[in-house]
Design a protein around this ligand. Structure first.
Ligand code: FPP
Length: 234
């Protein structure tokens, strides 16, 4: 039996389609999606996964109707208000990647509160990707590297892959071992492009609101039967 992924990342997709099939508004799909988050965080912790990154809001999601963007922000605040205490009691450490400065103040406030409260926790790290886009992250890293060269903090000769990784917002995270995408779409959508160089992918047709412990187990079983060679030979 191989290990569970140390870092699992999930593209939670299909909330809208789940709702549409049920003649419900898209917001109902996102609400149901939050329930899945609750279930999956718990299960990942039980399985011994150390880092769980959830793609909750991408740099491209601002293109959605304003009403839907507002719903997502509200759900985030409600989720944090409701869950942070229990997450803390369960030793969950909450972190984020992405530029949250564009989020409403109330979101920023709840997020800061969540980081502060849970910063010393040693159980699973729940890492939310919020206003995250991998290209944007790489662009920011390049700017900071150039600035540090200009300030003579680093030399061009020092630039190697690990230095670049250290300028990304994922610098405190190991590379993801497994990325799951729900709802049948098979693409990365600007998620962890640099970090995912040797990540295993698992795609399922199940929409995010219907993803559960059983579906997670299927994904992990599949992962455990993959042979990871990282470009080498066995
Ligand atoms: C994908 O479904 C889902 C999202 C873009 C957002 C996921 C966010 C949440 C579940 C809630 C807010 C976040 C937190 C952390 C509480 P979709 O709308 O793309 O579905 P579709 O492709 O079927 O339209």
């Amino acid at each position: 039996m191989k290990d569970v992924p140390n870092h699992l990342a999930i593209i939670m997709d299909g909330n809208g389609r789940w709702a549409k099939k049920r003649f419900l508004p898209r917001s109902a799909g996102h609400k149901a999606g939050v329930e899945t988050i609750r279930k999956i965080v718990k299960e990942c912790k039980k399985l011994g996964i150390k880092h769980l990154t959830l793609y909750a809001f991408s740099t491209e999601n601002w293109k959605r109707p304003q009403k839907e963007v507002e719903t997502l922000m509200t759900l985030l605040v409600t989720y944090l208000k409701k869950e942070v205490k229990e997450l803390h009691e369960n030793n969950v450490k909450i972190t984020t990647i992405g530029d949250i400065s564009k989020f409403p103040n109330v979101c920023i406030k709840e997020l800061n509160n969540a980081y502060e409260l849970t910063k010393n926790n040693t159980g699973i790290n729940l890492n939310l990707a919020l206003n995250y886009g991998s290209r944007n992250d790489i662009k920011n890293a390049i700017k900071c590297i150039i600035e540090d060269i200009r300030l003579e903090n680093i030399d061009i000769e020092n630039i190697d892959e690990s230095l670049i990784s250290n300028y990304l917002s994922t610098k405190n995270l190991p590379d993801p071992d497994l990325i799951i995408r729900t709802s049948g779409e098979q693409r990365l959508s600007n998620f962890l492009l640099w970090e995912g160089a040797y990540t295993e992918f698992y795609f399922t047709d199940v929409n995010w609101p219907e993803f559960d412990e059983k579906e997670l187990k299927k994904a992990i079983d599949t992962y455990q039967n993959r042979e990871r060679r990282f470009g080498g030979v066995k």
